[in-house]
Design a protein around this ligand. Structure first.
Ligand code: ADP
Ligand code: MG
Length: 702
């Protein structure tokens, strides 16, 4: 699809330069310096030849058959150069030139012209404002970078050109090979989505990694990524996410969620692995490039020192992998050549004075073990060990195996040659045991993604007509914050249980409402101007008799007048007190890029303080809803501590799915909270004790 970029037959540099140090010079040097087979034609009206290559005065006078132009001329000349490329039949252009939207209004206009030129001429554009592209399969260096990587199967995308140069520098030092390195620049035409699509079909690419600052079109990207990640892993680092959008929120969910969370959800949903740092990005990239996937979760550790073995064991536990059990037969085999003091159980400790060959022998035995899925090999440079020989032994034992191995040789000076041997032979090496374990964990994550069952979204029988009516009624009155009562009507129409309640406008009405409902009761202020009722002194719980109700009513009215003098107060809601069940929050906020994000967490008035919440994008399956629970500490609380009964987790998952359906059915709902939702043990009920919903435009009308 982007073959003209990745494997062009002939390349021209528009803006080639004789002057050392100029971008137009580096481009010629790089294009001719790494064995690219096709011709390279410099274009420069003022030079006869550059570095021994015949120069052409303009694009029109180039020979036929050029399919890629690398453009490094002043920004204002670029749009017409693209048109010329079109006329000449050059279908692809890398625009290195800067001075477009990154420099403000004028540049933005110029970038629009560039876009128009691309559309009109059909010339595909990478950039502008980029470092260029490297494609090692045909020895093509169409960049002005100072380094050139080894051949490999990792494709790198970067929205930052400067970062590309840093990545290259580091990759060269660590013998990490790339299939492609692509600087995507301002993305006037080709963006991350087009590139992952193209790389998905690239036989030379096994892993796609990228540094992104933004994503052009969230939903499109997700759809493509979901397809691509079924074929090969995508690992991304997403930088520069501000959470500015969430400040205007009126719900708990809206104020906790933000763009960062939305990206996290979108990546998870589409199988994209997210790296927390640049370091992690390449930690993961190496193991995916070099090693087979982790089939199951059982990890063995081979070490010549106790301490690092324990560190690795802790890391295995922490990230949810399992510690493998070594069979008796294997232990016997190990005992044959290990000293009596060695530990033949996992972590297998061959002791500090073990000679290098022991690594090979032991590793072979562990690799043969059925109960072992992945192995961490640790080495500390003790006593007389020949570190390089140990590395060679490890390499030999791993050859042709189908289980992943990650190594960590701890130290610096004495281990460096050994590390180099590992890296050159595709054994991923990490400076610490923890990082080796984490990398293995990522292999496991990806394997899980590949085996994920088909997503089935359950649909509940609900009353959409009723919800539609409540929403339109509020919208007509410009009541964008739908209060507790009407929000609960909506929830009831979607199958939620709500406590019985009655509106009371004075203390007499409050008392008679309370006796109709039955004690104990709850009293809550009803005001379109008060969103958080407790904050305004507008909630009293556990009122047990008429005199208490009367007093509470008078006191509440007084307090609210003090705290919210301008609030319109319609009265109080007398409500059945729900005594059983644990309080959780289930909510939704609509992300502008990725749509409805569902939230689950510990409910009540401390949500924003504790922030023990998890998010997923709607629509959601029941498995995903349960995963949301597992992701929180609240889950442990809900399971019950010190003899408490566990709440009904399936019921919680079902509530999340119902909210998911509501959010999908009514796109005008911007945010909602059920806080708290009271959940009982199995056989009990889920009661929406409080709720609020905020709506936005309906069919574009606010
Ligand atoms: P707000 O969130 O606007 O301050 P809520 O209606 O959520 O008001 O009430 C605050 C707290 O009071 C809830 O978190 C819950 O603990 C308790 N509460 C409210 N209504 C009930 C009820 N019907 N039964 C039991 N507890 C309730
Ligand atoms: Mg509440």
């Amino acid at each position: 699809m982007l073959d003209k970029f990745f494997a062009p037959k002939a390349v021209t540099v528009v803006g080639a330069s004789r002057e050392e140090g100029k971008v137009g010079h580096s481009l010629i040097k790089n294009l001719t310096g790494h064995g690219f087979k096709g011709p390279v034609y410099p274009v420069n009206p003022k030079a006869a030849d550059i570095m021994g290559l015949k120069c052409f005065p303009d694009i029109a006078s180039l020979p036929d058959g050029v399919d890629l132009a690398v453009i490094a001329i002043p920004a204002k000349l670029v749009p017409s150069a693209i048109e010329e490329c079109g006329r000449k039949g050059i279908g692809a252009a890398i625009v290195i030139s800067a001075g477009f939207k990154e420099v403000g209004e004028k540049g933005k206009e110029l970038e629009q012209q560039l876009f128009n030129a691309s559309m009109a001429s059909g010339v595909r554009i990478l950039g502008p404002n980029c470092l260029g592209l490297i494609s090692t399969q045909c020895n093509l260096d169409a960049s002005f970078a100072a380094h050139y990587p080894e051949k490999g199967d990792i494709a790198v995308l970067s929205q930052s050109g400067a970062l590309c140069t840093a990545i290259l520098d580091w990759a060269v030092r660590n013998h990490i090979g790339f299939s492609k390195l692509i600087s995507i620049g301002n993305k006037v035409d080709i963006d991350e989505e087009g590139l992952i699509e193209a790389l998905s079909d690239d036989p030379d690419t096994r892993v796609i990694v990228g540094y992104l600052e933004d994503i052009t079109n969230g939903p499109h990207f997700m759809r493509t990524a979901e397809r691509v990640t079924k074929k090969k892993p995508i690992i991304l680092i997403k930088a520069g996410t501000t959470d500015a959008g969430s400040k205007a929120a009126s719900s708990h969910t809206g104020s906790i969620a933000g763009a960062r969370m939305a990206y996290q959800c979108a990546f998870r949903r589409s199988g994209v692995l997210q790296a927390p740092s640049l370091e992690a990005l390449f930690d993961y990239a190496q193991i995916f490039s070099y090693q087979p996937l982790l089939k199951d979760r059982k990890i063995a550790v081979l070490t010549n020192a106790g301490g690092p073995g324990i560190m690795a064991a802790d890391a295995v536990e922490n990230i949810g992998l399992q510690f493998a059990e070594i069979s008796e037969a294997a232990k016997d085999k190990l005992r044959k050549f290990l000293p009596a003091a060695a530990n033949v159980a996992n972590p297998i400790d061959i002791l500090g004075d073990a000679p290098a060959e022991v690594y090979g022998k032991a590793l072979n035995i562990i690799l043969d073990e059925e109960g072992v899925d992945g192995i961490v090999v640790l080495l500390t440079p003790q006593a007389m060990i020949d570190v390089e020989e140990a590395a060679r032994q490890i390499v030999a034992a791993c050859r042709g195996r189908t289980k992943p191995v990650a190594a960590s040789f701890i130290g610096a000076e004495r281990v460096s040659n050994g590390i180099e041997i590992l890296q050159k032979n595709r054994i991923p090496h990490y400076p610490t045991p923890e990082r080796a374990v984490e990398a293995l964990g990522m292999l496991g994550e990806y394997a899980k993604w590949l085996e994920r069952p088909r997503r089935i979204i359950r649909r509940f029988a609900v009353n959409t007509t009723k919800v539609d009516r409540v929403i339109r009624f509020s919208h007509k009155r410009r009541q964008m914050n739908i209060g507790e009562q009407e929000s609960k009507e909506i929830l009831a129409a979607y199958g939620f249980t709500v406590p019985g309640d009655r509106l009371a406008r004075n203390s007499d009405e409050a008392v008679s409402a309370a006796s109709a409902i039955g004690y104990p009761v709850v009293m809550k202020v009803v005001s379109p101007d008060i969103i958080h009722k407790s904050d305004a002194g507008g909630v009293r719980v556990n009122l047990t008799g008429p005199s208490q109700v009367r007093d509470a009513y008078e006191l509440m009215m007084m307090r609210i007048k003090e705290k919210e003098p301008n609030a319109r107060v319609h009265g109080v809601l007398m409500q059945e007190m729900v005594t059983e069940g644990r309080e959780i929050i289930v909510g939704m906020t609509r992300d502008p890029q990725f749509g409805p994000m569902l939230m689950f967490g510990l409910g009540g008035i401390y949500v924003e303080v504790l922030r023990d919440v998890s998010f997923q994008l709607a629509p959601i399956t029941s498995e995903e809803a349960l995963e949301m629970l597992f992701g929180t500490k609240t889950y442990k609380l809900l399971q019950g501590v010190r003899g408490e009964k566990s709440v009904d987790m399936q019921l919680v998952a079902e509530c999340i799915q119902r909210i998911s359906q509501l959010a999908m059915d009514f796109p005008m709902i911007e945010e909602m909270d059920i806080n708290p939702l009271k959940i009982s043990a199995e056989g009990g009920r889920a009661v929406a004790v409080d709720a609020r919903i905020r709506i936005g435009a309906i069919n574009g009308q606010l």
